[in-house]
Design a binder for this molecule. Structure first.
Ligand code: HEC
Length: 117
């Protein structure tokens, strides 16, 4: 017969293991992806889009309002644009991997939702 105290101890261990397994890898991966997205942005995008602006076409910036107005407020659309380019913005499919494009697109959306703070 297991004592009440040790039962509780075992349940606590099982629960905390479950919680760790369920949540930590995901949020850790999110944090890492976001960090990498930021780095990719600084290297490849910030030249034309400092702080989410657009130095070539001011109206086509990366603030939430402009993204919504121009139809780039989804992950799919931003991924497409970064992959294929448009007008004065070059395509990145030869320079970035699919994963990197996904990371930077996520970062742009995240920052737009945070108002580039
Ligand atoms: C050479 C300058 C340049 C670079 C580098 C550049 N962009 Fe752009 N970007 C532009 C221009 C110009 C447009 C407007 C394109 C159009 O619609 O005519 C644009 C548009 C966009 C838009 C749509 C904005 C809107 O409101 O319509 C997104 C999103 C975007 N860029 C993301 C990125 C990301 C992410 C990167 C880096 C991987 C990047 N850009 C690199 C010049 C650049």
């Amino acid at each position: 017969m297991i004592k009440k105290k040790s039962k509780l101890f075992i349940i606590t261990i099982i629960l905390s293991t479950l919680i760790c397994c369920l949540f930590t890898p995901n949020s850790l991966a999110d944090t890492l992806n976001s960090q990498q997205g930021k780095q990719i942005f600084q290297i490849n995008c910030a030249g034309c889009h400092p702080n989410g602006n657009n130095i070539i076409r001011r109206g086509k910036n990366l603030k939430l309002k402009a993204l919504q107005k121009n139809g780039y407020d989804s992950l799919d659309k931003i991924t497409w644009l970064v992959t294929n380019g448009k007008n004065n913005m070059s395509a990145f499919k030869d320079r970035l991997t699919e994963k990197e494009i996904n990371q930077v697109a996520n970062y742009v959306l995240e920052q737009a939702q945070n108002n580039w703070k």
